[in-house]
Design a protein around this ligand. Structure first.
Ligand code: NAD
Ligand code: MG
Ligand code: MG
Ligand code: MG
Ligand code: MG
Length: 332
């Protein structure tokens, strides 16, 4: 197999075959690199990786002989995976690569001193990393070097970013601390936590004021996609260009009443908890205790009235379920 990639002819072990793992493995192989996928035998994605034509081995076997080991399993299983399968088997001078800095930054993994430790994180989900690569393009990646024993750590990150297609778009240097803290803050304060609470509180406000839940659902959850798509494509400018003057005026005068200086002060508290390790400590303890609060809070979200009305309405919008047969649509 010949390749122009600077990593060739290295062997790359990709551990995990989920959202990121599958996309990385397929793109690296199509870039001419030698890829082995490391998974638990007969785990949920073992057969998928086999069906895609990969050599598949247990993680410890995949790590042996690899020049670069990409750790693309869920973050919370990585410390045990490192202790049991990677640490005893990774070659001196090989590179250990992450797509999120959590475990290294918060010292849940303290990598051996004789290996490179690097990070390449695409700024998009795995499906997009794959589909853009297939179109001859790529998803921008951020990259970092935590430990460089070979003198080649930076070249390895760039070779990997090229191999998954990121080099065709843009790569931005970061460090493990910045990647970890900003990723956690974004998902907690704005993307997952902030956005979902904003939607829920908006829904409750309308329903408690006597409006129909169906109408409230459309106004505060369904239509959010239209606005987010405009942000995604063209920032605030494109959103403001496509909404009415009335919506713009309401945005200017009412948005800052809802998300105000107090909200920002609490965002700073969330950031402080991330920076000083409080969030990581709590999350690791929660995971080790078997996720009692996580399960309870998740259940509460799933039982919220917005979920009941949402399921009913989405069933009448077949374009939202491209794989659902019309017969499966429940009557209103
Ligand atoms: P995922 O949950 O989609 O997939 C995890 C994979 O790991 C599956 O193949 C699963 O079978 C396998 N796995 C689970 N436990 C295992 C074990 N003990 N040993 C071996 N394999 C095991 O994960 P993901 O969302 O692709 O996340 C992987 C990494 O990428 C994480 O560090 C995450 O933070 C990071 N990341 C994810 C995204 C994203 O869009 N999902 C974006 C950037 C970075
Ligand atoms: Mg993220
Ligand atoms: Mg994250
Ligand atoms: Mg929430
Ligand atoms: Mg409207």
């Amino acid at each position: 197999m010949s390749s122009n990639n600077t990593l060739a002819p290295s062997r790359i072990a990709v551990l995990g075959y989920g959202s990121q793992g599958r996309a990385h493995a397929l793109n690296l192989r199509d870039s001419g690199l030698d890829v082995v996928v490391g998974l638990r035998p007969n785990g949920p994605t073992w057969h998928k990786a086999k069906a895609d034509g990969f050599k598949v081995a247990e993680p410890a076997e995949a790590v042996k002989g690899a020049d670069l080991v990409a750790v693309l399993t869920p973050d919370m299983v990585q410390p045990t995976l490192y202790k049991e399968s990677i640490e005893p088997n990774i070659k001196p001078g090989a590179a250990l690569l992450f797509a999120h800095g959590f475990n290294v930054h918060f010292k849940q993994i303290e990598p051996r001193a004789d290996i490179d430790v690097i990070l390449v994180a695409p700024k998009g989900p795995g499906a997009l990393v794959r589909s853009e690569y297939e179109r001859g393009r790529g998803v921008p990646c951020i990259w970092a070097v935590h430990q460089d024993v070979s003198g080649q750590a930076e070249a390895k990150t760039k070779g990997y970013a090229d191999g998954i297609g990121g080099g065709r778009a843009m790569i931005i240097q970061t460090d493990f601390k910045e990647e970890t803290e900003t990723d956690l803050f974004g998902e907690q304060a704005v993307l997952c936590g902030g956005a979902s609470e904003l939607v829920i509180k908006g829904f409750e406000t309308l329903v408690e004021a006597g409006y129909q839940p169906e109408i409230a659902y459309y106004e505060v959850m369904h239509e959010l996609k239209l606005i987010v798509d405009l942000f995604y494509e063209g920032g605030l400018a494109k959103m403001l260009q496509f909404v009415s003057e009335t919506a713009q005026y309401g945005d200017y005068v009412s948005g800052p009443r809802v998300v105000d200086a107090g909200t920002k002060a609490r965002m700073k508290e969330v950031l402080t908890d991330i920076q000083d390790g409080t969030f990581a400590r709590n999350w690791i303890a929660e995971y080790q205790a078997g996720l009692p609060n996580y399960k309870r809070l998740k259940q509460a979200d799933l039982e919220h009235p917005i979920e009941q009305v949402g399921a009913k309405l989405r069933a009448r919008m077949p374009w939202l379920q491209p794989n659902t047969a019309p017969a499966a649509v429940a009557p209103l």
